[in-house]
Design a protein around this ligand. Structure first.
Ligand code: FAD
Ligand code: UDP
Length: 367
């Protein structure tokens, strides 16, 4: 008999399993994929750590979380500074004085602020109600049209007018010449890739891969006193209140032997509507690689349907209302803990998932 059955060997499951083992608990971790790590898993191709499920940059403002992950790995000094390619015009991201200069030729912060204010007033936005209005009110119509609208509508498969404003607030807007994509104090990529962290967390814990919870539900539930569930909460409850919507992605990964430096940066966003992918990742640049060849990945957003990976919850009003009903059921469970991006139906970053898992572990297992 295990103390905990942990469904999902992603960050939430791995942190919880590690914490439980530290307190002498016996855990069984299962995952339907053929590897542990969930979406932070990296695959070694031609000497390069390839972020198999899209670019993952660790960032946090929390010293305790930064210290926590350092138990498991060292981090390099990588700072994310993506470029936006709009029909072969290049702009710096996030939206900062470099972007404003490239777009309008302005040099001083006050000039940039004035431009944005003029465009916001012309659009007549006082109280932004959706992503489009929020974006125009933050950075004006020009940036919205070139760098946000096309990318957002590809990424989410919906009009920016039908998306929640909070999504665009993830991105900093700065009136300094600073291309750091994050405002957080701490940032980097674990040396050797994220697998180093996951492997250390799961050391000494029984992990069974290629096991889908729903295919062996009864036996698995019986095998443990309690469960931690990090899969889709709507599936757990047999979709009784309806299907929650997600966005999925297809990744096209290529090894290029003819060049060691394809795009000169780890992340380039394609912000026009026509290019079918949103981003091209050149993985070696996350770790300052000097290999002769290079590996790139194009990221194509798609609507989620059963059989595809649910990467992004769509936290619009309709879906959040459905989620609330599942959450009410989850809150009544005494032997099941739901967590992570899918268990909590939240657009969480890694540091947030780790914090959430530590809180859940503290509540469940004591300090
Ligand atoms: P997951 O990693 O999804 O793990 C859940 C696991 O459960 C999976 O391995 C899955 O196979 C397994 N599972 C699900 N259902 C079942 C089942 N029925 N039976 C068995 N196993 C099951 N965060 C950042 O901080 N920085 C970034 O730069 C960043 N970039 C991202 C880019 C992309 C494209 C995506 C999609 C996410 C990004 N994130 C980033 C977010 C980050 O991936 C997540 O916060 C984190 O990995 C979530 O961990 P998790 O354990 O909740 O979920
Ligand atoms: N976004 C955009 N243009 C860009 C980058 C981002 O419009 O060049 C918008 C888009 O709606 C995206 C959101 O900002 O979904 C959040 O971007 P982030 O880079 O945080 O997305 P993630 O890495 O989570 O996919």
């Amino acid at each position: 008999m295990y103390d905990y059955l942990i469904v999902g060997a992603g960050l939430f499951g791995a942190v919880f399993a590690y914490e439980a083992r530290q307190r002498g608990k016996r855990c069984l971790v299962i995952d339907k994929r053929e590897h542990a790590g969930g979406n932070v898993y990296t695959e070694h191709i031609e000497g390069i750590n390839v972020h198999k499920y899209g670019a993952h940059i660790f960032h946090t403002n929390s010293k305790p979380i930064w210290d926590y992950v350092h138990q498991f790995a060292e981090f390099n000094r990588y700072t994310n500074a993506p470029l936006a390619n709009y029909r072969e015009e290049l702009y710096n991201l996030p939206f900062n004085m470099n972007t404003f200069h490239q777009l309008w030729g302005v040099v001083r912060p006050e000039e940039a602020k004035q431009r944005i204010e003029e465009q916001r007033q012309a659009a007549g936005i006082t109280d932004p109600q959706n992503l489009e209005e929020q974006a125009i009110s933050l950075v004006g119509t020009d940036i919205y049209e070139k760098l946000i609208k096309g990318y957002t509508e590809k990424q989410w498969g919906r009009s920016a007018r039908d998306l929640p404003a909070f999504i665009i607030k993830r991105l900093p807007v700065r009136f300094t010449y600073d291309n750091n994509y994050f405002n957080d104090q701490y940032q980097g990529i674990p040396k050797g890739g994220y697998n180093v962290i996951i492997d250390k967390m799961l050391e000494g814990i029984e992990v069974r891969l290629q096991v889908d919870f729903f295919e062996q539900r009864e036996e698995l539930v019986k095998s443990a006193k309690k469960m931690v569930f990090t899969g889709m909460i709507d599936q757990y409850y047999d979709y009784r209140y309806g299907v929650l919507e997600y966005r999925s992605l297809q990744f096209e990964t290529k090894f290029l032997s003819w060049t060691g430096n394809y795009q000169g940066n780890a992340v380039v966003n394609y912000t026009d509507r026509q290019t079918p992918y949103t981003r091209v990742i050149e993985h070696k640049h996350f770790e300052f690689g000097t290999q002769a060849g290079t590996v790139i990945t194009e990221e194509y957003p798609t609507e989620w349907k059963p059989g595809l990976e649910p990467y992004y919850p769509i936290n619009d009003e309709k879906n959040n209302e459905i989620y609330k009903q599942y959450k009410a059921l989850a809150d009544q469970e005494s032997d099941v803990i739901f967590g992570g991006r899918l268990g909590g139906y939240k657009y969480y970053d890694m540091h947030q998932v780790i914090a959430e898992a530590l809180t859940a572990a503290g509540r469940e297992l004591g300090k």
